[in-house]
Design a protein. Sequence first.
Length: 278
Amino acid sequence: MFFSSGIYGVKFSPNGEDIAFGSEDGTVGIWHWARGGGVVCLDGHESWVPSVAWSPKTCRLVSGSQDETVRIWDTEKNVQFACHKGHKGSVYCVDFSPNGNRVVSGAADGTVRVWDAARQCSVARLRGHTGIIDPVVFSKDGSRLVSAARDATVHIWDAATGEQLTCLRGHENFLYCVGISPDGRDVAFLRPTGDAISVWSSSEGRELFPLETKRCQERSRSGRLVQKQYGENQAQSHISHDVGTFWLNVILRPAASSCPTGGIADRLTNHRLSMVSL
């Protein structure tokens, strides 16, 4: 399938039957690939849409745009449900809370905003970054928010109160592709050089270990790559933008005898340019 303009923020729906994405032309696309259907285009944004996210509980989809708005869509009726305004710069990232009640957005104005998905109103404005924010994500239980910005910091927030819990500093450049462990204790992100994933303790505010892609490749061949526990039998996938390829690094609980010991599960090389998200 080919498109006339660039696409961004590709996300599977919770049931895996649809794929949503943003576009340079300002549309939000939903591809009903599992049913053999075409692409539905949702119009409303006035500029580039770099980020989309599905609600885990409802048929809603949220999108952020360079037009400084955050929009929520009803994907059953293919209509706009809400349009949130308040950012003073392009919205680069959005996410739904695990219960589907909240939406979070990060923008070029250096703020993180939390929105009520049902009442269509702003809940909180979180300040602390001094650069473009991309990305921002909820923790698995919805209690925390993690944001990274081009000011080379990662902030962890209390999602209920908006209080800043931790600020991870000491990075040489901006960070992207941020993830938080299921227990909320550790944060992983891709370094700007694209050659390593860094894992930090959110409580201690320090780096636990770097996961370099070259070292991953070498160590995985001998089956010794078991670096960090992320919950029983749970695997985490991380990516490096190694000139259009990405590594799938499986990090598993060492005691899980039914699972592999870890390492690079596969290398997919069809992309021609660097990757920054998955």
